[in-house]
Design a protein around this ligand. Structure first.
Ligand SMILES: Nc1ncnc2c1ncn2[C@@H]1O[C@H](COP(=O)(O)OP(=O)(O)OP(=O)(O)O)[C@@H](O)[C@H]1O
Ligand SMILES: [Mg+2]
Length: 313
C-alpha cells in the first residue's frame, strides 16, 4: 500500500541529513560519530551512505574487500525497484546498521533520480525507501556527497532535520547560504523539514572572535542564530588520520591513547633504538568529547522539538 506524503514524513520523523555543498567540512565524520555515539548511548541507529566515495564505510572499518562492488545495491533496489531496504552491513557496531554505497550503484541511482525527480512524487523516492524501516530506529543519519544536487533534493525531501557542518571562513558561509535557499525549496515537498543545527568544525584555538561573525551571518541567512550548536569540533589532524586509518570512531580511538607509563616505556624503547609505531595522540580524547557533546545536544534538541509538537496537538 502506498503511503501518503504525511505518512511518509511521519515514519521519517527521526531522519537527520548531514548536508553542505562544500567538500571536506566533516560531513562524513559527523555522520559516523553522531551515529556511533548515539548507538553507544543505547539508541538503535541506521546510517545511510549516499556518497559514491563511500568514506562512511571506511570510517567504520569496512575495508574495500568487505564493502563489495554492490554495497549500494540495496538502496538502488529500494528506490528504483521498490524492494524492501535491507542494510548492507547490519550491526556494524552494537545497535548500528549501515546502508552502504559504492560508485556503480550510486551512479545508477543518480541517473534514476535525475530522470524521476521532476515527476509527481519523484522527490519523495528516498522517503518511500526509508519509511518502512525508519520506525525501527531511534535515529536515521544520511551522509551526502558535496555535489550531486539530485541526491540532496531527495535527502531533504525525506529528512525531518538538517544538520549543517561548516567551517567559519567566508567561502563556507557562502556555501551555507545556498543550503539555506535549498532548505526553503525543500519545504514545499517536505513541510516538516527543520534545521536541527549548524555545527562549527575544524575550529582552531583562537577562534572566539570569528564565532561572533559566524553567528551574525547565520542569523541573517536563517532568520535566527539559535540553531548553532554550542559544541564546536576542534581541528585535530593526527587523531582524525588515526581514526580513518584504523576504521575507528573518535570515542573508540580514545582507548588507544597510551597511559603515562606506556608513554615512558615507548620512549625508553625508542631511545634503545627500537622502531615504535606512532602512538594515538592524547588529543583524541578531546575530539571524542567534542563529538559526545554534539550527540548529546542533537538528541536533546530532537527530544525537545518532539515534546513541543506533542504539546501543540
Ligand atoms: N577534527 C578534525 N580535525 C582535522 N581533520 C579532521 C578532523 N576530523 C576529520 N578530519 C579529516 O578531514 C577530512 C574531511 O573529513 P570528511 O571526509 O568527514 O569530510 P566530508 O565533508 O565528508 O568530505 P566530502 O565532501 O569529500 O564528503 C578527512 O580526511 C578527515 O580525516
Ligand atoms: Mg563525505
Amino acid at each position: 500500500m502506498d503511503l501518503t506524503p504525511e505518512q511518509l514524513h511521519g515514519a521519517c520523523r527521526r531522519v537527520v541529513a548531514i548536508v553542505n555543498g562544500k567538500g571536506g567540512v566533516l560531513k562524513t565524520t559527523t555522520a559516523a560519530n553522531l551515529a556511533g555515539q548515539a548507538a553507544d548511548a543505547g539508541h538503535n541507529v541506521l546510517l545511510v551512505d549516499l556518497d559514491p566515495q563511500a568514506n562512511l564505510s571506511e570510517d567504520l572499518g569496512i575495508t574495500q574487500a568487505g564493502m563489495g562492488d554492490d554495497a549500494g545495491a540495496p538502496l538502488f533496489d529500494a528506490i528504483a525497484r521498490n524492494r524492501e531496504l535491507v542494510p548492507s552491513h547490519p550491526q556494524i557496531r552494537p545497535r548500528l546498521d549501515l546502508v552502504g554505497a559504492d560508485p556503480a550503484n550510486t551512479k545508477a541511482l543518480i541517473a534514476w533520480v535525475r530522470a524521476h525527480v521532476g515527476q509527481p512524487g519523484g522527490q519523495l523516492a528516498l522517503a518511500r525507501a526509508i519509511a518502512p524501516i525508519a520506525p525501527r530506529y531511534g535515529l536515521v543519519v544520511l551522509d551526502l556527497p558535496p555535489g550531486e544536487e539530485e541526491l540532496r533534493r531527495i535527502a531533504l525531501a525525506a529528512a525531518r532535520y538538517l544538520l549543517i557542518p561548516t567551517q567559519a571562513d567566508i567561502s563556507s558561509l557562502k556555501g551555507m547560504r545556498l543550503i539555506a535557499q535549498q532548505f526553503g525549496e525543500a519545504r514545499h515537498v517536505n513541510p516538516e523539514l527543520q534545521l536541527l543545527g549548524i555545527l562549527l568544525v575544524l575550529v582552531g584555538e583562537s577562534a572566539t572572535a570569528i564565532r561572533k561573525d559566524v553567528r551574525n551571518t547565520i542569523a541573517t541567512d536563517f532568520g535566527t542564530a539559535e540553531p548553532m550548536f554550542r559544541t564546536v569540533i576542534r581541528h585535530a589532524l593526527s587523531p582524525a588520520e588515526s581514526a580513518r586509518k584504523r576504521g575507528l570512531l573518535a570515542h573508540e580511538l580514545e582507548t588507544f591513547v597510551p597511559s603515562r607509563a606506556e608513554t615512558f616505556e615507548r620512549l625508553r624503547q625508542r631511545a634503545a633504538g627500537a622502531t615504535v609505531e606512532r602512538a594515538v595522540s592524547s588529543t583524541a580524547k578531546k575530539v571524542a568529547a567534542d563529538w559526545a557533546g554534539l550527540t548529546e545536544e542533537a538528541l536533546i534538541r530532537i527530544a525537545e522539538r518532539e515534546a513541543a509538537e506533542r504539546a501543540e496537538q
